[in-house]
Design a binder for this molecule. Sequence first.
Ligand SMILES: Nc1nc2c(ncn2[C@@H]2O[C@H](COP(=O)(O)OP(=O)(O)O)[C@@H](O)[C@H]2O)c(=O)[nH]1
Ligand SMILES: [Mg+2]
Length: 198
Amino acid sequence: MIIKSAEFVTSATRPSQYPPADLPEIAFAGRSNVGKSSLINTLVNRKRLVKTSSTPGRTQLINFFNINENLVFVDLPGYGYARVPAAVQKKWGPMIETYLSTRSTLKAVVLIMDIRRTPGAREMDLLYWLDYHGIAVIRVLTKTDKLAKTKQAKQHAAIAQTLGIEKEDIILFSAKNRNGKDVLWNAILSAAGMKKKG
Ligand SMILES: Nc1nc2c(ncn2[C@@H]2O[C@H](COP(=O)(O)OP(=O)(O)O)[C@@H](O)[C@H]2O)c(=O)[nH]1
Ligand SMILES: [Mg+2]
């Protein structure tokens, strides 16, 4: 994927603040500190289009980015970070649910999980909710560089089983060595109804 431009558009907490819905949109979701910002930066070949977190979980805004003037990436606030006040965590659900259930141009949600961790209730609930609302999901296991190949394969299989899906339906990724970048781009372009490369 050739990135000609990648620009921050705006932050929002409610629909009146969203930018116009005129381009296919891909949203990124995951637990705080899972590597969501790093994954987006890797996809668009930028070091810090999206800030990586030294203080995870503080950003509770929906951030919109314009990619190549023909696609929008949406960085959803991470969930489940213990140090975020309960009142802030409580707002996460409605804010995200409103975005996901009302955004007409949303094509898919990239759900990012850590390959070292078994998906928990938050991931299972979100997957169930997305399925119920008929929203396409691209499942990604990131930080694969942290595990040796054999352990990677073991976790890949175990997580697929937990999610009740085939291994082939999960993309392995690393922001460190960029493994999985092309595969993920193809899944995104396909979900967005855009031309696939190659
Ligand atoms: N080794 C490794 N570290 C990563 C990877 N992705 C993110 N990280 C690190 O994990 C931490 C959280 O990353 P960040 O992208 O800010 O996570 P976010 O809170 O989900 O946006 C940072 O210290 C990153 O450098 C990866 O693929 N491999
Ligand atoms: Mg982040």
